[in-house]
Design a binder for this molecule. Structure first.
Ligand code: SF4
Length: 364
């Protein structure tokens, strides 16, 4: 590290003893701190939330209940327009078969993620989620939709966000999670996903979910054409939102975790090349340092495979072992079901992973 950087960082040394760094500090760290420096600082923030050497994981699947979508994000290799061949909607029986398979493999978390399908009424979702709760009770948990789909669904059903959240809650939903956020800047959204939502709408939806007593998470995807400033803006907005809801919504846990994964560029309209794992790990560390008010930091096995576990050295404390996600698989992600090999890699890095059951922890 250069002497001038050491001076600059000394000026921001407060971050090791205080819970907060500024965006300027983050810029400095990103551009000039070496990996060892970032790792050390991320580990210090991690230690405020988790014991060193501890790590948790979940065995889960993403259920892509429909690929029909009108949003037309240019980074997506998954969707079919309503007029195109190849569109599908899963039946309840097909969803149950996927859930049964997940349970048989030892997993207990499913995350629903599909498209903005104009042919699916609110009743499709409410009936599906009620049926899952009736059939499985607390044996498994599900993340019902992402914030993006929730926004579309509320609009399509001509409901306020609060009304939509209440209807889903009445159908047995406990979680609507932060997926579909990619990069939360207005400029990014206009460049790549102009029909999806605005940043303000995204956070309004997160807030409505929390106010309804539902639970949620934060996410981010990097590796498109976003600038470092845009990445930092995303982190800044996320941290500010968390501060606000924790202060203003009684009893909420706010954003319970932060998961960042990487863009897969194959078969998408915009293409591109994947960022390196090294860049991903540095971003993970920076996120851990910056988002001091979010307790759980997850690393993405889905997009980084086994090497995602190195994220545990860069501030992460949790990871998924996914068995399916058509959205990222269509764009080039590969999934290994050799769970023991992946868990062993965590052990070689000095972490003892223990299973985290969302189903056991999320009974209301
Ligand atoms: S990323 Fe989601 S919202 Fe965008 S086109 Fe693909 S399925 Fe639709």
């Amino acid at each position: 590290m250069s002497t001038s950087l050491q001076d600059d960082l000394r000026a921001t040394e407060k971050q090791l003893t205080s819970p907060r760094i500024s965006s300027k500090d983050a810029q400095l760290l990103w551009h000039q701190a070496d990996d060892a420096e970032l790792r050390a600082r991320a580990a210090a923030t991690r230690a405020r939330h988790h014991a060193p050497g501890s790590a948790t994981y979940m065995l889960m699947r993403i259920i892509n209940y429909t690929n029909v979508c009108v949003a037309q994000c240019d980074y997506c290799a998954f969707y079919k327009l309503p007029s195109q061949e190849g569109g599908y909607v899963l039946t309840q029986a097909q969803v149950f078969a996927k859930l049964d398979e997940l349970l048989a493999l030892g997993g207990d978390l499913a995350a629903f993620n599909g498209g903005f399908n104009p042919h699916l009424p609110l009743s499709y979702y409410c009936e599906l989620f009620s049926a899952i709760r009736a059939r499985y009770g607390d044996k498994l948990e599900f993340y019902a939709l992402t914030i993006a789909e929730f926004l579309y669904l509320a609009d399509h059903a001509r409901l306020t966000l609060a009304q939509a959240a209440q209807q889903l809650k009445a159908a047995g939903v406990r979680w609507i999670t932060g997926g579909g956020s990619e990069i939360l800047t207005e400029d990014f959204r206009k460049r790549h996903a102009k029909f999806k939502y605005t940043v303000a709408e995204y956070f309004d939806a997160q807030r409505a979910i929390l106010e309804a007593g539902l639970r949620t998470t934060a996410t981010m995807v990097i590796g498109f054409d976003e600038t470092i400033d845009e990445r930092l803006e995303h982190l800044e907005r996320t941290r500010a939102f968390q501060d606000k809801v924790l202060a203003e919504i009684p009893g909420t846990r706010g954003l319970e975790s932060f998961l960042c994964w990487t863009y897969k560029p194959y078969f998408t309209q915009i293409g591109g090349i994947e960022i390196s794992t090294a860049e991903y790990l540095r971003h993970l560390a920076l996120s851990r340092i910056y988002l001091d008010n979010i307790p759980r930091m997850r690393t993405s096995v889905l997009t980084q495979n086994e090497r995602a576990l190195e994220g545990l050295l860069y501030g992460a404390d949790d990871f998924d072992l996914p068995i399916e996600d058509e959205v990222t698989q269509k764009a080039g992600a590969t999934i290994s079901l050799d769970f023991e090999k992946i868990l062993n890699y965590a052990r070689t890095l000095g972490f003892e992973p223990t299973y985290r059951s969302v189903a056991a922890a999320s009974k209301l």
